[in-house]
Design a protein around this ligand. Structure first.
Ligand code: PAF
Length: 293
C-alpha cells in the first residue's frame, strides 16, 4: 500500500493506477480511528471497483472551537495496518498545511442541509465537511466515493452538493455497521465510560421500537417522535439532544401521518461524547434505500 503525504504524490499514484488498468477508482475518506464501519466501506468499494484509495485526515474545519479536535482519537499506524489488510492500494495522509495552506479562504457550503438538525447543534460543522470533501474529491478524482449511512445528514448533504456542483462521481451510501448489542460503530464509542457504553444501547433500541411501531400501521411523525423520545429518556445517563422524523431524501419536516419514507435521526450526549444514530422507516423504506445506493 502506497502512503502519500502530498497531493502531488497521491495524484501521481492514482494516475499510474488509471494508466495501468483503466479500471474505476473508489475513494473512502476517513478521519482515522478506524473500526469495522470504515472497513465495511472499503469492502464495498473493493467489491465494486478496480482500485481503492483511502484518506486519513482529521479535518480541523469541521470542529467547533469547543469541540474535540485536539482529543479526537488518532492511531495512524494501526489505521494503516487495517487499510493495508483490507486491500486499499493507496492512502492519503496529509498534514493540515497540505490541505489548508496559508492564505486559504474558500469554503463550500449548502444553504439548508448544513444548518438544520446536527448543523444547529454544531454550527459550521457541515461547511467544514463540504469543504474538505470537495478538496479531497478534487485531489483524488474518484469514480465513486463511499460514505456510511450512520452520518445520514452528512451523506444527504454530500449527495446534494455533488448534484448541485456537477461533480463527476457517484456517491455510495453504505448501511451502518453495529456492535453485537446494536450500538452503531463510531470512533467516539472508544471515549465512553463502561457505564455509558452499556447505557448507549438505548439509541438503537429506540429506533427498533419505532420501526416496529411503523410496521404495525399508520402513525404520525409527531407520535413516532414522542415514542423515540420516551425510550431515550428512560435511560437517564444520556442527555437527549435531538429527535427528528424527517423526509428520508431531503430531510424536510414531515407533518401528519407518515406517507413516504422517513428517517428518524437521534443525537444523545453521554458526558462529553455526542452519539448519533438513524433509521429509515416507512412503506417503501427498503426500496428507497436500494434506489439511493
Ligand atoms: O465522516 C467523516 O469521517 C468525515 O466527516 C469526512 C467525510 C472524512 C470528512 O472529514
Amino acid at each position: 500500500m502506497l502512503v502519500c503525504e502530498t497531493k502531488a504524490a497521491l495524484r501521481a499514484a492514482i494516475g499510474e493506477m488509471r494508466r495501468r488498468t483503466g479500471g474505476s477508482v473508489a475513494f473512502v475518506p476517513t478521519m482515522g480511528a478506524l473500526h469495522d464501519g470504515h472497513l465495511e466501506l472499503v469492502r464495498r468499494a473493493k467489491a465494486e471497483n478496480a482500485h481503492v484509495v483511502a484518506s486519513i485526515f482529521v479535518n480541523p474545519t469541521q470542529f467547533g472551537p469547543n469541540e474535540d479536535f485536539a482529543t479526537y482519537p488518532r492511531d495512524p499506524e494501526g489505521d494503516m495496518a487495517l487499510l493495508r489488510e483490507a486491500g486499499v492500494e493507496a492512502v492519503f495522509l496529509p498534514q493540515v498545511s497540505e490541505i489548508y495552506p496559508e492564505g486559504s479562504e474558500t469554503f463550500v457550503d449548502t444553504r439548508v442541509l448544513s444548518r438544520i438538525l446536527v448543523g444547529r447543534l454544531r454550527p459550521g460543522h457541515f461547511r467544514g465537511v463540504a469543504t474538505v470533501v470537495t478538496k479531497l474529491f478534487n485531489i483524488v478524482g474518484p469514480d465513486r466515493a463511499y460514505f456510511g449511512e450512520k452520518d445520514y445528514q452528512q451523506l444527504q448533504m454530500i449527495r446534494r452538493m455533488v448534484a448541485d456542483l456537477d461533480m463527476p462521481l457517484e456517491i455510495v451510501g453504505v448501511p451502518t455497521v453495529r456492535e453485537s448489542d446494536g450500538l452503531a460503530m463510531s470512533s467516539r464509542n472508544l471515549r465512553l465510560t463502561p457505564e455509558d457504553r452499556s447505557a448507549a444501547v438505548v439509541l438503537s433500541r429506540s429506533l427498533d421500537e419505532a420501526a416496529r411501531r411503523v410496521a404495525e400501521g399508520p402513525v404520525t411523525a409527531s407520535a413516532l417522535r414522542r415514542l423515540v423520545l420516551g425510550v431515550l429518556e428512560s435511560e437517564t445517563r444520556g442527555e437527549v439532544q435531538s429527535v427528528d422524523v424527517r423526509d428520508a431524501a431531503d430531510l424536510s419536516a414531515l407533518r401528519g401521518e407518515i406517507a413516504r419514507p422517513a428517517v428518524i435521526l437521534i443525537a444523545v450526549r453521554f458526558g462529553k461524547v455526542l452519539l448519533i444514530d438513524q433509521r429509515v422507516v416507512g412503506e417503501r423504506a427498503v426500496a428507497w434505500q436500494e434506489a439511493a445506493e
